[in-house]
Design a binder for this molecule. Structure first.
Ligand code: NIG
Ligand code: FE
Length: 410
């Protein structure tokens, strides 16, 4: 039998149990293959398990958290939209630019024109940046191809990233992101096409979940419902870009389909909060988009808390509304802008991020969970919300294996 690996001399923010942060002093993690076999204070480690330890790492008192989960990104795209940002700074709105054929559509043109290798290389570099800050699970949406060929190409590149990089990638089919020019004036026909592509992409193993952009400049609730019905018929879980710019009732619709998450939510109303609560749908807040679009309407945090809707945070990395690549900055902004507590924010990028992807095997440090964890040069987990603009992540372990280029010394 292979020996167990012991990681000791750390402060653990397990996010499990009832204590704040699930904090464990003088903590130890025992790893067996890809799983945590035991977690707790070193002094409590049972003798029979201690006897099976083959390798040992002294963490020198460092902080350990679960590996971070970025549950909402649009990582694969061609080009960039710095010029659009300049126009917005001069007064043009995100909606105006979208209606004039810019916005998402301009990224669709650049993505369709890009080679597989260029798309892969750019997305790989972005993923590595997120990973350097402790990300071990990453969701990637399509939505810049908007035809079967290019949506399939982007989702295949996401799968290739998952195969070549040491992290978990979950893919989301976001065909209903925007209306491509070849369907101008025919949004319902485009939704028919999206629903027809879905089983083909699923049959190629490319789809873990289905998303849509339900908005004035996106798709109507009725069109979104058709996308969700197609997903349900295929047994695929759904998520929704909901109430970002206006209250369309998208969250209630998504909840009706048992959505894993509703994302953005600045314009979410009381009925939407109640529906999400009843369905167990996670609220994914995206402070990067709130910041970069200079949004002023806050998501209804107090109501989400009251109705016990779990809150996740994500980077929403994309070239139009959130070009940032730092979950730590998202934690910081969620606290400063949304007044999340540091613990809520960190839960948002761990356990609740995992739940927003339908993953229950990660997000806390507890026996039986995947051995995905990050080691930080920090004293206390509240510092994850405090520092910004530099990276205190020192080591990352994914499925029991330490990820290079982190130091290999024990
Ligand atoms: O999550 N709102 C829709 N989708 C993205 C933005 C896409 C873009 O502008 O390219 C978002 O904010
Ligand atoms: Fe998004």
């Amino acid at each position: 039998m292979t020996g167990l690996t012991l990681w000791r001399n750390s402060r653990l923010a397990t996010l499990a149990g009832d204590l704040p942060w699930g904090l464990v002093e003088d903590g130890a993690l025992l790893v067996e293959r890809d799983k945590l076999a035991w977690v707790g204070p070193l002094t409590d480690l049972p003798h029979d398990l201690r006897a099976r330890v083959g390798a040992e790492h002294d963490l020198g008192g460092a902080l350990v958290t679960p590996g971070l989960v970025d549950c909402h990104t649009h990582l694969i795209y061609g080009g960039q939209r710095a010029r659009e940002f300049e126009l917005r700074l001069q007064g043009a709105s995100y909606e105006e630019i979208a209606r004039a054929g810019g916005g998402i559509r301009s990224t669709v043109v650049a993505t369709r024109a890009a080679s597989n290798e260029d798309l892969f290389a750019a997305a790989r570099a972005r993923a590595l940046t997120l990973m350097a800050e402790g990300v071990s699970t990453l969701e990637i949406k399509s939505g810049y191809g908007l035809n079967l060929h290019d949506e399939g190409r982007c989702l295949s590149i996401a799968r290739r990233l998952g195969a070549e990089l040491p992290l978990t990638i979950r893919t989301t089919f976001l065909g209903a992101h925007a209306l491509p020019p070849e369907f101008d004036g025919r949004a319902d026909d485009y939704i028919d096409a999206v629903c027809a592509w879905m089983p083909q992409l699923q049959a190629r193993g490319l789809v873990d979940a289905v998303d849509a952009f339900c908005e004035n400049i996106g798709f109507s609730p009725a069109q979104t419902r058709r996308v969700f019905e197609a997903a349900r018929a295929l047994g695929l879980p759904v998520k929704l870009h909901a109430e970002q710019l206006s209250d369309q009732g998208g969250a209630a619709l998504a909840a009706e389909f048992g959505a894993l998450s509703c994302d953005h939510l600045e314009h979410l109303g009381a009925a939407g909060v109640r529906a999400m609560s009843g369905a167990g749908t996670i609220a994914v807040l995206l402070p990067g988009a709130y910041y970069f679009l200079r949004e002023t309407k806050l998501p209804p945090i107090a109501q989400l808390r009251e109705q016990r809707v779990p809150i996740a945070l994500a980077s929403d990395h994309n070239p139009g509304s959130s070009p940032g690549l730092s979950l730590q900055l998202m934690i910081s902004m969620a606290c400063t802008f949304f007044r999340l507590t540091p613990e809520e924010a960190v839960r948002g990028v761990t356990i609740n991020g995992a739940r927003a992807l339908g993953l229950h095997d990660r997000g806390t440090l507890a026996a039986g969970q995947r051995a995905d964890f990050a080691v930080w040069e920090l004293q206390h987990p509240n510092e994850l919300a405090y520092w910004f603009g530099h990276n205190p992540c020192r080591r990352v372990v994914v499925a029991g294996h330490e990820r290079p280029p982190a130091p290999q010394k024990t």
